[in-house]
Write a protein that binds this ligand. Structure first.
Ligand code: ADP
Ligand code: MG
Length: 260
């Protein structure tokens, strides 16, 4: 796999904050991999995503390096698609689903409205919206949370980005819908050969499908490696504790029954 992004000694401090949100992070992101960024709230996960996307607020102090060996620095919205925890914050309540999914392709691919709109229909089909034609004309409040998140994914993918950053994209959903969205993301990135940065506080969810994990605590990268290796042989005390706290989730149901 070729290297998409090389992060070296990256530290980020927000204006007015005494402590850095990221400290001395070294991380490689490979093209086409599904990398899970895992950590508790406040560990710097979203800061990492914002730094990669060039979306830090003004005044944030950045030191260290971020290199893109394969090409130019990616443009958020075009080369990098984003899906957030709360689709209501990314979807506009007064625009139809069709208008919003078409917007990315119109703006970034230069498609006409008509072409972008018909591509939006295709996108809604790809994210398995049950009645895509009808949904194109619907407004966000007419959909369930899970359907809105599918729409947000369709909108993020409309400009055909090479990388998708899903920042706690399933955290507000119930467990069944969460599993559906994870499997959808997995399917879409495989189909398109996209790179996926799956950001979550949930190590069990991430380890179910990610190729590699990167564990963060207090702005530091604690440990990284192939998912199976880190899960089976965690090197750091924090990773061990994190895995232990989810022990029941890694125990097959049969063993759990016998043990209880
Ligand atoms: P996570 O996504 O893992 O919950 P964040 O990257 O959002 O973590 O936050 C890391 C740290 O940076 C936290 O201490 C948080 O309070 C702080 N932080 C995040 N965004 C801002 C901001 N815009 N201004 C000041 N501090 C921020
Ligand atoms: Mg966050």
């Amino acid at each position: 796999m070729s290297l998409l992004c090389e992060i070296r000694s990256l530290s980020v401090t927000y204006r007015g904050q005494p402590m850095p949100a990221l400290r001395d992070v070294d991380l490689d992101i490979h093209s086409g991999e599904r990398l899970a960024v895992i950590g508790e709230s406040g560990s710097g996960k979203s800061t990492l995503a914002r730094t990669i996307a060039g979306l830090l607020p003004p005044g944030a102090a950045v030191t260290g390096e971020m290199r893109w060996p394969g090409g130019h620095t990616p443009v958020a919205g075009r080369d990098l698609g984003f899906v957030f925890q709360d689709p209501s914050s990314s979807l506009n309540p007064v625009l139809t689903i069709g208008e919003q999914v078409a917007e990315g392709a119109r703006r970034h691919l230069g498609l006409s409205w008509k072409t972008a709109y018909s591509q939006a229909l295709d996108m809604l089909e790809r994210v398995h919206i049950p009645e895509p034609e009808k949904t194109l004309k619907a407004f966000p409040h007419q959909l369930s949370g899970g359907q809105r998140q599918r729409v947000a994914i369709a909108a993020a993918l409309a400009a055909k980005p090479g990388t998708l950053i899903a920042d706690e994209a399933t955290s507000a959903l119930d467990m069944v819908v969460q599993a559906e969205i994870v499997s959808l993301l997995d399917e879409l990135v495989r189909e398109a050969g996209m790179t996926l940065l799956f950001i979550t506080h949930d190590i069990a969810l991430a380890s179910g499908f990610a190729d590699r994990v990167a564990i963060f605590k207090d702005g530091r990268l604690v440990e990284t490696g192939p998912t199976a290796t880190v899960m089976a042989m965690p090197q750091e005390a924090y990773t061990k504790a994190l895995i232990a706290s989810h022990r029941d989730l890694f125990t097959p149901p049969l063993i759990r029954e016998v043990a209880s």
